[in-house]
Design a protein around this ligand. Structure first.
Ligand code: TUI
Length: 309
């Protein structure tokens, strides 16, 4: 037991990252039923779709789960009301500050855990009354910051009084122990859950994760201050070529419009956006979410036993 498991009433301090269009009720309920924290992604959904996902999750698990607010979306206020109406107890946030929604969430007794990419933002979140933070390094998939996981996690843990969860580059017990050694009280993993049996992505996207290696990911959109990490494919190669020329952000955005849906739903691994973190090279088997979580904990114990100074 530590502050994270106690705060959230979960068995293991393992969060499943909220992946837009992917972290739906099937995966979320499997992770929560296995003793971790399943997190529903609201990115790209309408408030009614979020309500539907919450209800479907509740029908599949009686264990704690969370909903993630993607703060770049314009329907966040509406989603916040749905979460409160549906009695959601835990909210994580990403891609911005939850400040405007804090009074409403706290008045409703919701536990708020923002994902942050720097110590400065972590301190702000603590001041705002957040309950914990997820320090996410740029090894992660999707929308990322600039700090890498190790220096970020260590410095956030050294500066904050509230608990810290570490994300970005973790997929097994070794990563879990490393995160703990840096002062984190839990981990958040996304990429390894892409290969979960219950993860509802196309078979082709899953297969690309299984065959990827350490250097398979690239970061697009750096030039526009909106970096996104994905598996390298035809789309990212073309995007990076154009990014290096004087092409407008608008034109590039048109190219990536609907790209995540193409990967997740259509299995178009050439022209889709296959968001994944740098640890994808370690993920080589499809397992149930329960096995992923139990393997992390079993391996972490073995790693700890064999550590010596
Ligand atoms: O949010 C993420 N990762 C995501 S969101 C996403 S959806 C998307 N789809 C296509 C293009 C772009 C996004 C895919 N991946 N991770 C959490 C995260 N949050 N990383 C970085 C941050 C962050 C950044 C700025 C958190 C706070 C922040 O605050 C800035 C401010 O407003 O003060």
């Amino acid at each position: 037991m530590n502050r994270i498991t106690e705060l959230l009433g979960i068995q293991y301090p393992i969060f499943q990252g909220a992946m837009a269009q992917i972290s739906r009720h099937q995966l979320v309920s499997a992770v929560s039923n296995a003793g971790g924290l399943g997190i529903l992604a609201s990115g790209g959904l309408t408030a009614d779709e979020v309500r539907d996902e919450i209800r479907k999750t509740k029908a599949l698990t009686d264990k704690p789960f969370a909903v993630n607010l993607m703060l770049m979306m314009d329907n966040v206020a509406e989603i916040v009301e749905v979460l409160i109406e549906e009695g959601v107890k835990i909210v994580t946030t990403g891609a911005g500050t939850p400040k405007p929604y804090m009074p409403r969430l706290k008045e409703a007794g919701v536990i708020v855990i923002p994902v942050i990419p720097s110590v400065k933002l972590a301190l702000k979140m603590q001041e705002l009354g957040c309950d914990a933070v997820v320090a996410e390094g740029m090894e992660a998939g999707g929308h990322i910051g600039e700090m890498t996981t190790m220096p970020l996690t260590r410095q956030v843990a050294a500066h904050l009084d509230i608990p810290v969860v570490c994300a970005g580059g973790i997929a097994d017990g070794h990563g879990f122990v490393a995160a703990t050694a840096l002062g984190a009280e839990g981990v958040q993993m996304g990429t390894v859950f892409l290969a979960a049996e219950e993860c509802p992505i196309s078979a082709a996207y899953k297969q690309e994760i299984l065959i990827s290696v350490d250097t398979s990911t690239v970061v697009t959109g750096r030039k526009f201050g909106a970096p996104v990490r994905c598996l390298r494919n035809q789309l990212t190669t073309k995007y990076l070529e154009l990014e290096n020329q004087n092409i407008s952000r608008h034109e590039l955005e048109a190219m990536t419009m609907g790209a995540l849906t193409r990967a997740v739903e259509d299995g178009d691994v050439d022209n889709g956006s296959l968001m994944a973190g740098q640890i994808a090279g370690l993920v080589s088997t499809i397992r149930p979410a329960k096995a992923i979580i139990e393997d992390v904990m079993t391996e972490a114990k073995a790693v700890l036993e064999h550590l010596s100074l």
